[in-house]
Design a binder for this molecule. Structure first.
Ligand code: TXE
Length: 497
C-alpha cells in the first residue's frame, strides 16, 4: 500500500476547531456542543465540529435573507455568473486539498474525489453560471376579446424564490451541495446548506473559497449539526422559501410533509430508489459484466442513481455471474488515499452495520451469495463487493435500497416479463437498458418508468440533462433548464392600455 502524502493545508485544516460559516465568517458555535468526524478507512476521529442549534440556524437564515434582499439582489445576472465561474476556478486551484479532505471524511477513493467531488463540481458551476444571464419570462398575446376596444398585453417574469435551505447527504458532500448552490445562486436566490453530520468539513472550506471568489457575505451559509436538530430548525424557519434535499426516502418523506405543513414551501426532493439495469440477450457476456461494474459498484455502490437490481437473460446468467465474480475478486480494495485503490470503505459505521445486516437478511431468505457477502478484517468499514442471486422479485434485496456494493440478480425469459419486473417497484429514479438493437430499445423506452433512463451506460450525470425521480424517488428536476422552474416563481403581469 502506498498512500499519497497529505498536504500541509489539509493537516492544518483538520486541526482547526470547526463549526459553521455564516455571513462570510467562520462561526465556532456554542462551547461544549461538539461531534466527531471519523475516517471510515481507520475508524479514527480526525476532527471535531460544533453542533449547531437554533441560534446558528437563525443567524444563517437572517444573513441569507439580508443578502437576498440586498447585495445579491443588486448583483447583475452576468456578475452572478462570473462569481460562480471564479468559484469553479478556485475549486480547481484547490483540487488536491479538497479531494484529500473529502477522501478522509467519506472513504471515497482519491481518484473519484479529484474527478467528481472537485472536477465535476467545477464543471457544474460553469454550467449554472451560463444560465444566470439567460433566465427571463415571455411576452404573451392575451386571447380574449376586449369589451370597449381597449388593448391588453401580458408578460411573465421569473423571480427568485428567496432563501433556499439545502440538506446534503454524505455520499457526495461537495458535488451535491454544489448542485444546490449553483442552481440557487444562478437564479438569484441565497442559500443555507446543512451538510451531513458524517461529512461536515469540505463545504466549510468551499464557503471560504466562495468569499475569495467575490460572492457577497450571506449568500452562502453553512450550518453543521444533526438533521432532526438544526436541520429541522432550518426547514421550519419563517425565512425559508424553499427546501432542496438529497437523501434517503424516509427522510425525504418527512421533509416533504414538513414543507407542506409549513405553508406550502417549495421543495425539490431527490431521493433514493432501487434502480434496475437490464441486459438484452444480444449483448456479449464480457459487455454485460462491464456494464454491471459501471452500474453497480462505483463508489462502493453509494450513488443514488446506481443500479441494485440486475436482470439477465436466463441463457447468460451462469456465465455472467462467474465472470463478474472473477472481476470483483481482482478489484483492489484498500486505502482511499492509495491512487491505485478501486474500492474504499463504506462511508460510516451506521451504514456499514446496515450493509452487514442486509447480508444476513439475504442468507435468512435463502438467497445465493455468489461472491462476497461479508466484512473485511481491519479497523475500517470495509466490506467485499457482493453478488447475490435472488430467489424471487419478493426478496428483500430485490426491493430495499442497500446503497452498498451489492448487485442482486434475477433472470428473465421474455421482454414483457422484463418490463413488468423493472417497473414493479414504488421507486423510479434511474434505469438502464443494454442492447445492440436500438430499434428495440426505442420501443422499450416509453414503457420504463424512471426519471433518467440510460441506454448502454449507467450513472452518467451531465449538467445539461435533467435529473430527478418519478414515483417515490422524488419531486422536481435538477440540471438542464428544468432547474430554473424550481428555483424561481413564475409571475404573470397583465396590463390594460
Ligand atoms: O440519510 P438521511 P442517512 C441512504 C443509505 C443510508 C441511509 C441513511 O441507505 O444507509 O439512507 O443515511 C439530514 N430534517 N442514503 O441517515 O437521513 C441529515 O442530517 C432535516 C441514500 O445519512 O437521508 C443529512 O444531512 N434533515 C441517499 C441528510 O438529511 C434531516 C444518500 C441525509 O440524511 C432530517 C444518503 C430531518 N428530520 C443516504 N433527518 C441517496 N439516495 O442519495 C436527516 N436529515
Amino acid at each position: 500500500m502506498s498512500e499519497i502524502t497529505l498536504l500541509e493545508s489539509v493537516t492544518a485544516f483538520l486541526q482547526r476547531s470547526h463549526g459553521h460559516y455564516i455571513n462570510g465568517q467562520v462561526v465556532r458555535g456554542q462551547e461544549g456542543k461538539i461531534f466527531s468526524v471519523v475516517n471510515p478507512a481507520s475508524n479514527e476521529v480526525i476532527a471535531t465540529v460544533n453542533r449547531g442549534s437554533q441560534a446558528e440556524a437563525n443567524a444563517a437564515m437572517e444573513a441569507a435573507s439580508t443578502a437576498f434582499h440586498g447585495s445579491w439582489a443588486q448583483t447583475s445576472p452576468m456578475e452572478r455568473g462570473n462569481c460562480l465561474i471564479r468559484l469553479a476556478d478556485l475549486l480547481q486551484k484547490h483540487r488536491e486539498e479538497l479531494a484529500q479532505l473529502e477522501s478522509l471524511c467519506s472513504g471515497k477513493t482519491i481518484q473519484l474525489s479529484r474527478m467528481l467531488e472537485v472536477g465535476a463540481s467545477a464543471e457544474y458551476l460553469r454550467y449554472f453560471a451560463g444560465w444566470s444571464s439567460k433566465i427571463s419570462g415571455e411576452t404573451l398575446n392575451v386571447s380574449l376579446p376586449s369589451f370597449k376596444g381597449e388593448q391588453y398585453t401580458a408578460f411573465t417574469r421569473r423571480e427568485p424564490v428567496g432563501v433556499v435551505v439545502g440538506i446534503i447527504p454524505w455520499n457526495f458532500s461537495i458535488m451535491i451541495a454544489i448542485w444546490k448552490l449553483g442552481a440557487a445562486l444562478a437564479c438569484g436566490c441565497t442559500i443555507v446548506l446543512k451538510p451531513s453530520e458524517y461529512t461536515p468539513l469540505t463545504m466549510l472550506r468551499v464557503a471560504e473559497l466562495a468569499k475569495e471568489a467575490g460572492i457577497p457575505d450571506g449568500v452562502i451559509n453553512i450550518v453543521n449539526g444533526s438533521g432532526t436538530g438544526v436541520g429541522a430548525e432550518l426547514l421550519t424557519h419563517p425565512l425559508c422559501a424553499k427546501v432542496t434535499f438529497t437523501g434517503s426516502v424516509p427522510t425525504g418523506l418527512l421533509i416533504g410533509k414538513s414543507v407542506m405543513e409549513n405553508g406550502l414551501l417549495r421543495a425539490t426532493l431527490e431521493l433514493g430508489g432501487k434502480n434496475a439495469a437490464a441486459f438484452l440477450a444480444d449483448m456479449s457476456i464480457e459487455k454485460i459484466v462491464e456494464g454491471i461494474l459501471e452500474a453497480g459498484y462505483v463508489n462502493q455502490g453509494q450513488i443514488c442513481a446506481a443500479a441494485e437490481r440486475f436482470y439477465i437473460p436466463s441463457v447468460h446468467m451462469d456465465a455472467v455471474l462467474k465472470l463478474l465474480s472473477e472481476r470483483l475478486s481482482a478489484m483492489k480494495i484498500g486505502s482511499p488515499l492509495d491512487e491505485t485503490t478501486e474500492m474504499g470503505p463504506l462511508a460510516n459505521k451506521e451504514h456499514y452495520e446496515k450493509i452487514l445486516s442486509l447480508f444476513e437478511k439475504a442468507r435468512q431468505e435463502g438467497n445465493e451469495i455468489i461472491y462476497g457477502g461479508r466484512a473485511l478484517e481491519g479497523k475500517g468499514f470495509f466490506v467485499m463487493p457482493t453478488v447475490i442471486r435472488a430467489k424471487s422479485a419478493e426478496d428483500t434485496l430485490m426491493k430495499e435500497e442497500t446503497f452498498g456494493p451489492i448487485g442482486t440478480f434475477l433472470s428473465y425469459d421474455s421482454e414483457e416479463e422484463l418490463i413488468s419486473m423493472m417497473n414493479a417497484t414504488p421507486f423510479g429514479l434511474s434505469a438502464s437498458l443494454w442492447t445492440n438493437d436500438l430499434s428495440k430499445a426505442m420501443r422499450m423506452i416509453p414503457r420504463i418508468r424512471a426519471g433518467i433512463l440510460w441506454i448502454n451506460m449507467h450513472t452518467f450525470l451531465d449538467p445539461a440533462v435533467p435529473f430527478g425521480g418519478m414515483k417515490s424517488s422524488g419531486i422536481g428536476r435538477e440540471f438542464g433548464k428544468a432547474f430554473i422552474e424550481h428555483y424561481t416563481e413564475l409571475k404573470s403581469v397583465m396590463m390594460r392600455y
